[in-house]
Ligand binder design. Structure first.
Ligand code: PHB
Length: 398
């Protein structure tokens, strides 16, 4: 895995070296030459979600590379900051981007607790933040903002959509829920429980191992085993997903107790998980195997540029760049009028994404999008999330 370059360093795209103009984040230059557009990326490039953060960086970079390193006709100066999944580092780096760098717009953030921590800085600074992963429900509900947008999901979405499906296809009772003990972990399993119990399902129990510090899941797996469940619904991501899914198989649960969950548990980590992931069924708004022309083109361009497969994290970040581009085309590249820029972001309409076409809800600024059931199967020489069902289009209730 490619690790973070120096935190705070400007992106080393060759074209950027040639970019000139003042460092003012907004407005246009005088004399006919547009100033560069300063864009901040807040990413987990270290810690348990480093793989997610790296994919998000690559997705954003691919969009820029495909568009001459321009958004809305302005040359982009991309400033990447490593926030390591730590809310206090997130606040420090977001403050730097806003006060020191004076970025016109920012994107990124894997972790819900970090997104919640920086939310007010962007809201009061009136600088748009395009969250390209973190799913904290509040950011689409009581803490939504004119300046907050999401090209990813609310934690509620992929999990609520799996409740009825698990009831119909996996087990009518006896499902045990497991997720890390932080805001996103709880929101993910809670949304599943809400839909599963509404369908008539009965849970066998739940457990929440400490977030970002658990390396040995054995005590939790033994608690799960003792409950004698018919299935386990698990949310983990990044490094934690690798460890959990492998230990689930090593512990001997894999063959007797089917593992299901939101797609994150088996997204971007299949190589590291290996055969331990085979058969896992999960709900998500993307799989690399989606059969649409935009996805086919995207997957091939991404493979060519990075020599690896894209993930939902790459797509969400690619679409964040696309959203900014579409909005800036409506404002002729202007960002100085922050309200007008935010209004343009809110009204871009349909986005042609590798996930399929989607739009942002007008009041929540959260994607209205289709969800799928995937199953990890052997594909070619490796493993892939093969679509096995449609869960339909779903918007967060707001
Ligand atoms: C989150 O913290 O919101 C989060 C992190 C990783 C995921 C999904 C959601 O894969």
């Amino acid at each position: 895995m490619r690790l973070a370059a120096t935190a705070g360093a400007a992106l080393a795209l060759p074209q950027l070296a040639a970019a000139c103009g003042s460092s003012d984040g907004g407005g246009s230059g005088s004399g006919g030459v547009r100033d560069e557009l300063k864009v901040g990326l807040l990413l987990e490039l270290s810690g348990v979600y480093a793989v997610n953060g790296q994919d998000m960086r690559s997705g954003f970079e691919l969009y820029l590379a495909e568009h001459g390193v321009q958004l809305g006709g302005r040359k982009v100066n991309l400033i990447v900051e490593d926030i390591g999944g730590d809310p206090s580092v997130g606040v420090q780096k977001a403050t730097k981007l806003l006060r020191q760098e004076e970025v016109a717009v920012a994107s990124g953030i894997v972790t819900s607790s970090v997104a919640l921590a920086v939310r007010d800085l962007f809201d009061t600074g009136k600088v748009p933040l395009i969250i390209s992963n973190a799913g904290a429900n509040a950011l689409t509900r009581e803490k939504k903002s004119k300046y907050l947008f999401r090209t990813s999901f609310s934690n509620w979405q992929p999990n609520y959509s799996m409740g009825q499906w698990v009831y119909d296809n996996v087990a009518k009772d006896g499902v045990f829920a497991v997720s890390p003990d932080y805001v996103a972990g709880h929101e993910q399993t809670d949304a599943f429980k809400q839909a599963y119990t509404k369908a008539g399902g009965k849970l066998a129990g739940e457990v929440h191992p400490p977030f970002a510090t658990t390396q040995d899941y054995q005590p939790f797996l033994s608690q799960i085993g003792k409950a004698n469940p018919k299935a386990v619904y698990a949310f983990f991501s990044g490094g934690e997903a690798v460890t959990f899914v492998k230990q689930y198989a090593e512990f001997g649960l894999k063959d007797s107790v089917p593992l299901v969950g939101p797609g994150f548990t088996v997204e971007g980590v299949l190589k590291a998980q290996g055969d331990a992931a085979l058969g896992v069924r999960s709900g998500l708004h993307y799989t690399i195997l989606l059969d649409n022309p935009t996805n086919k083109r995207f997957v091939s361009a991404y493979r060519q540029k990075f020599s690896k497969d894209p993930t939902v994290f790459s797509v969400q970040s690619y679409d964040a760049a696309q959203l900014i581009d579409l909005a800036l085309k409506k404002t002729s590249g202007e960002t100085a009028n922050q309200e007008a820029f935010a209004e343009a972001l809110a009204s871009v309409g349909e986005i042609d994404s590798p996930r399929g076409k989607f739009r942002l809800d007008a009041t929540t600024h959260n994607p209205v999008q289709s969800f799928y059931v995937r199953e990890v199967k052997k594909v070619g020489d490796g493993l892939g999330n093969v679509k096995i069902g449609d869960l339909g289009e779903l918007a967060d209730p707001g």
